[in-house]
Design a protein around this ligand. Structure first.
Ligand code: DGP
Length: 116
């Protein structure tokens, strides 16, 4: 856990969020600034800085849990039929603003490609 990390605080329950799903490795909650009708963040309980964190490859269970949670949450909110996008941003070119590994689940409208 990182003391200054907003997502660690949400995982710990000290900052409120609209939590939709949680298991032993992942917490999913609605993004406070939604970019699509469905915009949910999937966050590892463990603090990794991003997908580029050197500790990520060694924690295959956390990576698998993130994928599994993406599928579970997409089905929970009923977007698996029409489709959705899972996105991970890293670094400034990637548009990452919170330095804690997370995936965005975006759905509810046709999503453009390539992203801007
Ligand atoms: P990224 O740019 O990939 O690092 O995505 C960070 C996302 O986190 C961004 O879409 C806004 C969202 N966000 C930031 N702070 C909070 C918060 O305190 N609560 C919630 N629910 N979402 C947050």
């Amino acid at each position: 856990m990182s003391q200054s990390c907003i997502f660690c605080a949400i995982v710990a329950g000290t900052i409120a969020a609209d939590v939709l799903y949680q298991d032993g490795r992942v917490v999913a909650f609605r993004d406070r600034s939604p970019q699509a009708p469905v915009h949910i963040l999937l966050v590892t309980r463990h603090h990794f800085a991003s997908i580029d964190d050197p500790a990520v490859p060694a924690d295959a269970a956390a990576c698998a849990a993130l994928f599994a949670a993406g599928q579970a949450v997409a089905r929970q909110v009923g977007v698996e039929r029409n489709g959705y996008r899972l996105v991970m941003n890293h670094g400034s070119d990637g548009g990452q603003t919170v330095q804690h590994l997370h995936a965005h689940l975006l759905a509810g409208r046709s999503l453009g490609w390539p992203p801007g």
